[in-house]
Design a protein around this ligand. Structure first.
Ligand code: SAM
Length: 228
C-alpha cells in the first residue's frame, strides 16, 4: 500500500467509516499493511489487523514530529464569494494556522455561512492537515461579525495602503492573529476597530492581491518565511 496518513482521534485502534473507506476502496489495503495514524497530539505507525469495515489497526511505534509554528496562529478571513474560503482553509492549514475564524464584514457579499459549508470547510482542514503532516487540525469556526473580534496579544491586518512590513512588526514569541479583508476590502472604520483590538495594518506589496492570495501571502510571511 502506498504511504498514507489517517486521522484517528484518540488513536483508538478503529478508523472512522470515512477513513476506512479511503483505506479499503482507494488504497486497497490488506491485513498487515502499514500506515500512519494521527490525532491532535500524537502520530504513530500502525498496522491493519482487520478490514472490517470499520478497519481495525494496532500501533507499532509512536512518533512526535514537530510540525507546529510554536505559537497560536488565528486567521480571521472575511467571508468570500463562492468557494474561495475552501482554498483559504486548505492553505492556512498547510501554513500552520491553529484556528480559522471567518468574519462578517461590511463589504463582503456573503453575510452568513450554512451548516453544510462549515462542515465541508472542517473536512478540508482535516485533509490538509493529513497531507501536510500536521498532528493538529485547525478549528474552523462559524462566522462572527467583525466587531466581535477580541483584543489580541499581537495582530496583523492586511490593508491596502498600509506601510508597515510584516518583518518589521512580527514577533513569533507571542500568539498571532491575522486578518484579511473581503473582495471589496475592509471599511476604514473596520480597520480602526481592529487597530483598537491590537492589530497593526501591514502591506503585502505594491499590487492589489485577491483576498485568497492575500491570506496565503500574510500567513506564508509569518510562518514559512520564518522557517516555522
Ligand atoms: N479595493 C480593495 C481595498 O482597497 O481594500 C481591495 C481588496 S483586496 C482584493 C482583498 C483583501 O486582501 C484586502 O482587504 C486586504 O486585506 C488584502 N490585500 C490585498 N492586497 C493587499 C496589499 N497589497 N497589501 C495589504 N493587503 C492586501
Amino acid at each position: 500500500m502506498r504511504p498514507h496518513r489517517a486521522y484517528s482521534p484518540g488513536l483508538t485502534g478503529v478508523l472512522s467509516l470515512r477513513e476506512s473507506h479511503h483505506l479499503l476502496e482507494v488504497l486497497r489495503a490488506k491485513v498487515g499493511d502499514r500506515f500512519t495514524v494521527f490525532d491532535a497530539e500524537r502520530e504513530a505507525l500502525a498496522e491493519v489487523v482487520d478490514l472490517g469495515p470499520p478497519v481495525r489497526y494496532r500501533i507499532l511505534e509512536e512518533r512526535r514530529p514537530e510540525r507546529e509554528v510554536g505559537v497560536e496562529v488565528v486567521l480571521y478571513p472575511a467571508l468570500l464569494k463562492g468557494d474561495k474560503l475552501a482554498d483559504v482553509v486548505r492553505m492556512a492549514t498547510e501554513l500552520g494556522a491553529t484556528r480559522i475564524q471567518p468574519l462578517i464584514t461590511r463589504h463582503a457579499v456573503p453575510k452568513a455561512m450554512g451548516e453544510g459549508k462549515l462542515k465541508r470547510l472542517q473536512a478540508i482542514a482535516v485533509e490538509a492537515a493529513k497531507q501536510s503532516g500536521r498532528l493538529r487540525v485547525p478549528e474552523v469556526l462559524p462566522p462572527i461579525p467583525l466587531r466581535e473580534v477580541p483584543e489580541v496579544a499581537q495582530g496583523l491586518v492586511a490593508h491596502v495602503g498600509a506601510r508597515a512590513l510584516v518583518r518589521e512588526v512580527l514577533n513569533l514569541g507571542k500568539p498571532l492573529a491575522l486578518a484579511v479583508g473581503p473582495e471589496g476590502g475592509f471599511a476604514e472604520e473596520e480597520v480602526e476597530l481592529l487597530r483598537e483590538r491590537g492589530f497593526t495594518p501591514v502591506t503585502l506589496g505594491r499590487r492589489i492581491l485577491r483576498a485568497e492570495t492575500a491570506a496565503l501571502t500574510l500567513l506564508a510571511l509569518c510562518t514559512a518565511g520564518e522557517g516555522r
